[in-house]
Design a protein around this ligand. Structure first.
Ligand code: BES
Ligand code: ZN
Ligand code: ZN
Length: 470
């Protein structure tokens, strides 16, 4: 699919028309649409090939309704052999682009027979009133962001035997080369020499060596960075649960436990095209959590990079161990941080608590938490806050070490995981840190909105919007 921006009416096979309920736009085709029982509801479409029209329901002109309606349109077109289509766009161009680019996504690399219809040669024309610099920029930026979301989706969807820590590192190097970013890949020797005993233990039973990925974007030329932001991602390329093995039904889809890390790579892939006066660091802990004679165990006590000792009571609470060391690394290596955000598929409890469509936002600075919620909502992602409190904090106490890796209560698991991470945030950064649990939306079991089954790319758009808003 090729998206084109134009001011002229182009001769195309199909004109896409978004209609709200009782819209006047359908006046000429009222009867035929009635006979097709088209009501103009969400995710509803009516193709009238003889008239060269595709009507799509769009309940309001709110961004998310536009995204969903456009995704419905492109999915309908993809079932046909039509090669060209146009749509008028008065406002909110980026929502139209999101709908096309994200709604058109398919992951069919592993099908032995690719579907015959080639989507690549479809030409879509978005007709706007005029094309000035601002519109052109919005068009190019939105496409770039969507491409990064789709790249993140590809990474996450790739099976664990084809996407393990060193592959993740290779992808990071490629992103760095293409975008002129600095790139450091640190191996297990580095982790050992730098006392990152928590991250190191999680990957010990895997045949794949763990990698710590660190990408840096610095504005080019004379532009001086006004702010410094650090993104940290959980990159568990597979989470079997370790010796606290997951039940089989819960293990399926755990290739998606790298979603936070892949989202960070997605952001780093777009950041240089935005030309912002901001220094951005992307740090990913790429690790595989497996079983074996060398596996770390419940009852082990690990020491993280900041010297804190952690009693392991469940090896399936591994993401927080990897993040603990990555957060320490970030704060030791990067001075004068303005914001530090971590993205992780951290807890099933978050999905139970807020549902599979929403990410949980946690941290010590409620104003900053709300800023993230606003950026997320503007970008089309759903989030909500989960507040810390002193009582849940106590449930992480250990009799023998500084802290336990799981809490002693069945309740509030998303929050206690967030509060565990807080132990690895330096005092000077407490108000600058936000933890984002994307366990719900990162992987889509049954499609919703413009997300097909599989990875959604959760986190990418909200992070970019936040960085743009700074
Ligand atoms: N990767 C999982 C969390 C997860 C669950 C992500 C479902 C996406 C969907 C994480 O490592 C984990 O296993 N967490 C445990 C923590 C528990 C042992 C305290 C969980 O949520 O059950
Ligand atoms: Zn786990
Ligand atoms: Zn995990």
């Amino acid at each position: 699919m090729n998206l084109n921006l134009t001011t002229k009416k182009i001769d195309v096979e199909i004109e896409i028309i978004l209609v709200t309920k009782n819209s006047k736009k359908i006046k000429n085709d009222k009867e035929i649409l009635k006979s097709l029982n088209f009501k103009g509801e969400d995710e509803e479409s009516a193709l009238l090939p003889e008239l060269g029209k595709l009507y799509v329901g769009c309940e309001t002109d709110d961004s998310d309704n536009i995204r969903i309606a456009i995704a419905t349109a492109i999915k309908t077109l993809n079932k046909t052999n039509f090669k060209s289509a146009s749509i008028k766009c008065k406002d909110n161009l980026s929502a139209y682009i999101d709908g096309f680019e994200l709604g058109n996504y398919k992951f069919d690399k592993y099908k032995s027979k690719q579907e015959e219809l080639t989507q690549e040669d479809k030409n879509i024309y978005i007709i706007v009133d005029n094309i000035d610099k601002k519109i052109q920029k919005e068009f190019e930026e939105s496409i770039s962001i969507c491409e990064s979301v789709n790249m993140t989706r590809d990474f996450v969807n790739t099976p664990p035997d084809d996407f393990y820590p060193s592959i993740m590192a290779k992808e990071a190097i490629k992103i760095a080369q293409e975008n002129e970013l600095e790139c450091k890949i640190l191996d297990e020797d580095y982790l050992e020499q730098n006392n990152m005993g928590a991250m190191l233990a999680v990957g010990r039973a895997s045949r794949h060596r763990s990698k710590l990925i660190h990408l840096t974007y610095k504005p080019s030329g004379k532009i001086k960075a006004k702010k410094k932001i650090v993104l940290v991602g959980k990159g568990l390329t597979y989470d079997s649960g370790g010796l606290s093995l997951k039940p089989s039904d819960f293990m399926v889809s755990m290739k998606s436990d790298k979603s936070g890390g892949c989202a960070v790579l997605g952001v780093m892939n777009t950041i240089s095209t935005l030309n912002l006066p901001i220094e951005v660091h992307g740090i990913v802990g790429a690790v595989e959590n497996m079983i074996g004679g060398d596996a770390y165990k419940p009852d082990d006590v690990l020491t993280a990079k900041n010297g804190k000792t952690i009693e392991i009571r469940n090896t399936d609470a591994e993401g927080r161990l990897v993040l603990a060391d990555c957060l320490c690394y970030a704060q030791d290596e990067i001075k004068d941080i303005d914001y530090i955000l971590d993205f992780a598929t951290l807890t099933g409890a978050c999905v139970v608590g807020v549902g599979q469509y929403t990410s949980g936002i946690m941290g010590n600075n409620s104003q900053l938490n709300h800023k993230i919620i606003k950026s997320a909502s503007n970008s089309g992602e759903l989030t909500t806050t989960l507040p810390f409190n002193r009582y849940l904090k106590k449930t992480l106490k250990s009799e023998i070490a500084d802290i336990c890796n799981i809490s002693n209560t069945r309740y509030g698991g998303a929050i206690t995981a967030g509060m565990f991470l807080d132990n690895f945030i330096k005092d000077e950064n407490k108000q600058k840190w936000v933890h984002i649990d994307i366990a719900g939306p990162a992987f889509v079991e049954s499609s919703w909105g413009y997300n097909p089954h599989g990875a959604s790319g959760a986190g990418v758009r909200m992070a970019i919007e936040f960085i743009k808003d700074i």
